[in-house]
Write a protein that binds this ligand. Structure first.
Ligand SMILES: [Zn+2]
Length: 265
């Protein structure tokens, strides 16, 4: 291989968020030999109508591990509770500890604006942790890994349905053609059976899988229009390019052929 393989961390609020946001892109990176890590801040303990928080937490933990096996990724969770992700000092230290433990070259997380507070706060905590992890005097907890050497590349996935809380479309910076990985993405998502069953009972159809498919088709249509190619499924991202973060698009180093830049961004 003519490049050094990298460590990639995708981090969401809940155990199935990474699958929905970016697992197609992760499969593409995994095939190139990169080391994949998937993390959720919570174990989704509010994700059931019948089971107690403790019961559903155990089930979802198992499902997340199974899902990560299909990707060849290591799964981490940070021990937060559902609907209790706040931007406070302790939370910043916990997420920074995770960043130091994995020490990724690249991170993908939620959009800074999304449909629920857990997602938005996770986005902010991850943004902070990418920066704080490299500051030696910022302490996390005893025995935790030391500070990192570099601020990683940071990417934000599209918000739910590609819209902000005002119902306005969020234009991504670029698309990744995930057509050849779509089946595996959906199989990975289907490992989260407790969530799939809940939505299936509620909607009378396999809405869990179908809404993800629909969204990736929509992004694929736009990528097709721009590129003039026929792209069935896409994921889309924006890069954090503020001071101290790498601002060249590191993903193009590895996925150049499947990246389509949005001219309207
Ligand atoms: Zn979520």
């Amino acid at each position: 291989m003519h490049w050094t393989t990298k460590r990639v961390l995708a981090l969401g609020a809940h155990p199935d968020d990474v699958e929905i946001m970016c697992s197609g892109t992760l499969f593409a990176l995994g095939q190139l030999g990169h080391e994949l890590h998937v993390a959720s801040l919570t174990l989704g303990d509010c994700g059931s109508l019948e089971l107690s928080a403790e019961e559903i937490r155990c089930i979802r933990h198992r499902e997340a591990i199974e899902a990560c096996k299909t990707l060849g990724a290591t799964y981490h969770h940070a021990g937060f509770d559902d609907l209790q992700i706040f931007n406070d000092s302790n939370s910043n230290r916990r997420v920074t500890a995770l960043l130091r433990e994995v020490d990724p070259w690249m991170v993908i997380t939620h959009s800074p604006n999304d449909y629920m507070s857990d997602h938005e706060t996770t986005s902010l905590l991850v943004r902070n942790a990418c920066f704080y992890a490299s500051i030696p005097n910022y302490e996390t907890k005893a025995g935790a890994a030391g500070s990192t050497l570099n601020v990683p590349y940071l990417y934000y996935a599209q918000p739910m349905e590609g819209m902000d809380i005002f119902g306005k479309k969020v234009t991504p910076q670029f698309y990744v053609d995930i057509s050849i990985w779509m089946q595996q993405k959906l199989e990975m998502l289907a490992c989260h059976e407790s969530q799939r069953n809940w939505l299936r009972a509620h909607h009378g159809m396999d809405e869990y899988i179908e809404s993800t498919r629909r969204f990736n088709i929509l992004l694929g249509e736009r990528a097709s229009t721009i590129s003039g190619r026929s792209i069935s499924y896409s994921e889309a991202f924006r890069q954090h390019r503020g001071h101290a973060y790498p601002d060249d698009n590191g993903l193009t180093r590895f996925l150049k052929e499947v990246i389509i830049t949005e001219p309207d961004y």
